[in-house]
Design a protein around this ligand. Structure first.
Ligand code: CO8
Length: 258
């Protein structure tokens, strides 16, 4: 299917999905989220893709859910349509690593989408925020939950209650993003990180994603148990044999996802 609100480019083993509604600062409407889910699932199922990057434009990663689309909805509409629920679940069900490369505004649903990715690389122009309070609502896709996990209660409360934006430097210091780079270098940095990930065993990188995400869902004891069992399980793979043999033989490992 031809996409209208995103572009998708796969080269080497990296798929870059670019949000593309420039007139609305990439506001997330139903169509965009449907297309994004479809593109993510296609990349997840593709033999070629080993890492995915989600990005936006220089001005905006995404300025939030589409307010025009939402404004006239009723409670019954929202509940009845389970607004954005299915799409959020589809995005977080992606098994391959997903990097968010964020320049400009990542607000509301845009910030929440970035936080649904596995980690965020930010341009020095990035601005994160949960300004839903200014609209008389609260976040609905993780802005009170994932943000609190990422930056702690004080900053999550501050951002959600005041609606203020956090710049890239503060986002880095707060643990919301893993790296900040000059805006012109954003995609090089994201592709570099994706290439590093793509060179590993996909079985191991999917296991990392699964187990780190599990840490946000369960107690420490359960998480450690889950991690240990996943670790043991990787000893059933050829990639474990190859990785450890390569270390002993002082050569680069050639992983085959087996
Ligand atoms: N929705 C729809 N259109 C938008 C949005 C948006 N979120 N953001 C910007 N636009 C549009 C503007 O209306 C404008 O369109 P037009 O040119 O036709 O008037 C165009 O994009 C450019 O925007 P501005 O002229 O406002 O650009 P500025 O540079 O002056 O300002 C800002 C940029 C600060 C980003 C400003 O556009 C802004 O404040 N945007 C809204 C940010 C916001 O409130 N985001 C939160 C939205 S609510 C949300 O995300 C809830 C998610 C949870 C859903 C979960 C359901 C379960």
């Amino acid at each position: 299917m031809a996409f209208e609100t995103i572009t998708v480019d796969t080269s080497d083993d990296i798929t870059v999905i670019t949000l593309n509604r420039p007139d609305a600062l990439n506001a997330l409407n139903q169509q965009l989220l449907q297309e994004l889910c479809q593109a993510l699932e296609e990349a997840d199922g593709s033999d070629q893709t080993r890492c995915i990057i989600v990005t936006g434009s220089e001005k905006a990663f995404a300025a939030g859910a589409d307010i025009t689309e939402m404004a006239d909805k009723s409670y019954v509409d929202m509940v009845g349509q389970a607004y954005f629920q299915a799409q959020s679940e589809r995005i977080t069900a992606i098994r391959k690593p997903v990097i968010a490369a964020v320049a400009g505004y990542a607000l509301g649903g845009g910030c929440e989408l970035a936080m649904m990715c596995d980690f965020i690389i930010a341009a020095d122009t990035a601005k994160f925020g949960q300004p839903e309070i200014n609209l008389g609502v609260i976040p609905g896709m993780g802005g009170t939950q994932r943000l609190a996990h990422a930056v702690g209660k004080a900053k999550a409360m501050d951002m959600n209650l005041t609606g203020r934006f956090m710049d890239a430097e503060e986002a880095l210091a707060s643990g919301l993003v893993s790296r900040v780079v000059p805006a012109k270098k954003l995609m090089d940095e994201a592709r570099g990180a994706a290439a590093k990930i793509a060179a590993k065993s996909l079985l191991a990188s999917m296991a990392v994603k699964d187990t780190v995400n599990r840490s946000f869902e369960v107690s420490l004891a359960e998480g450690l148990n889950y991690e240990r069992r996943t670790f043991y399980g990787l000893f059933a793979t050829q990639d474990q044999k190859e990785g450890m043999a390569a270390f002993q033989e002082k050569r680069e490992a050639q992983f085959r996802d087996k």
